[in-house]
Design a protein around this ligand. Structure first.
Ligand SMILES: O=P(O)(O)O[C@H]1O[C@H](CO)[C@@H](O)[C@H]1O
Ligand SMILES: Nc1nc2[nH]cnc2c(=O)[nH]1
Length: 326
């Protein structure tokens, strides 16, 4: 295993290094008009710079990228012939700040397939704007990645779901998007994708089918579900009224991530597949004393991670180049 501890300070995020006050993330805190807001984002060239840096520092050429949810980073340990980059050493990369998100980008071979794994993702509640949260996805696209697999820890809203179940994501509800909070807001660069991308086919049908096939071969199809993931901004967990509302909307699981990454991946033409690990049951009853907490989320992830890891690695084994399923 090679670890990169290059003594490189993360280079300036150009758009975030204008004169004036800056937040701890290097983002100017005062902006007067739309055009200055629009300039607060990574450009295609910024993405290319990071992708080229990675390509210069590893011989791996991944076709599959995996983003690990809270406590699910163990997946990266399955990679053979690893090259590991700390996020803090990768030019322009955001840094992980949440427990259960290690902050490492791991290249290697998973089931013999060149793969890159994010051991730790970024969330809006950490203070990152969505163009930063989703920057790695655009970098993956520039690296030549064709398929993105997203995983997350989520609360179960569907009353049939049990803690430890794995939900194949069939569709999502982008709650912040209802208020215009979307990673694609701002000028559109056609080199990434079209101004108005469709989302009706966001989660690949063949890969969802493959997940069920693999789960039944593994003998765990009893705990494999398929449903709708709803993303909220966080960082607080939901009120009882909010959980009841989301249930009525048709959501089966709820979390604080994933959707921005999926939108950006679909915008740049990647094929997407996603899993929610149900780490806790959403609280729907005013009589109960139960309440969600991150320690429980991480503990459930730890207990169920092995099954999810096996499922993902067997799926990757069957993903062929150019988006076919073997
Ligand atoms: O979605 P991931 O990153 O798995 O993490 C989930 O777990 C955390 C809350 O326990 C939140 O960050 C929520 O989004
Ligand atoms: N929003 C939200 N995120 C979670 N992540 C893990 N569990 C939960 C939950 O119940 N709600």
């Amino acid at each position: 295993m090679r670890h990169f501890f290059l003594g490189l300070a993360p280079p300036d995020v150009k758009r975030g290094r204008q004169a004036g006050n800056k937040s701890p993330l290097g983002i100017p805190t005062h902006h007067s008009n739309h055009s200055s807001l629009a300039s607060l984002r990574y450009t295609y060239e910024d993405g290319k710079k990071t992708a080229d840096w990675l390509l210069a520092n590893t011989k791996h050429r991944p076709k599959v990228a995996i983003i690990c949810g809270s406590g699910l980073g163990g997946l990266a340990d399955l990679l053979k012939d690893q090259v590991v980059f700390e996020y803090t050493k990768i030019p322009q990369f955001p840094h992980s700040t949440v427990a259960g998100h290690a902050g490492k980008l791991v290249f290697g071979n998973l089931s013999g397939k060149p793969t890159v794994v994010m051991q730790g993702r970024f969330h809006m509640y950490e203070g990152y704007p969505l163009w930063k949260v989703t920057f790695p996805v655009r970098v993956f696209s520039l690296l030549g990645v064709e398929t993105l697999i997203v995983t997350n820890a989520a609360g179960g809203l569907n009353p049939e779901y049990k803690v430890g179940d794995i939900m194949v994501i069939r569709d999502h509800i982008n709650m912040p998007g209802f208020a215009g909070v979307n990673p694609l807001v701002g000028p559109n660069d056609e080199r990434f994708g079209a101004r108005f991308p469709a989302m009706s086919d966001a989660y690949d049908r063949d890969l969802r089918k493959l997940a069920h096939t693999v789960a039944s071969e593994m003998g765990c199809s009893g705990s494999l579900r398929e449903g709708v993931y709803c993303s909220l901004g966080g960082p607080n967990y939901e009120t009882i009224a909010e959980c009841r509302f989301l249930q009525r909307l048709g959501a089966d699981s709820v979390g604080m991530s994933t959707v921005p990454e999926v939108i950006v991946a679909r915008h740049c033409g990647m094929r997407v597949f996603g899993f929610s690990l149900i780490t806790n049951k959403a609280v729907l009853d005013y009589e109960t004393k139960e309440k969600a907490n991150h320690a429980e989320v991480l503990e459930t992830s730890r207990q169920s991670a092995r099954v999810l890891e096996k499922l993902v690695s067997l799926m990757v084994q069957r993903i062929e180049r150019n988006n076919n399923v073997a």
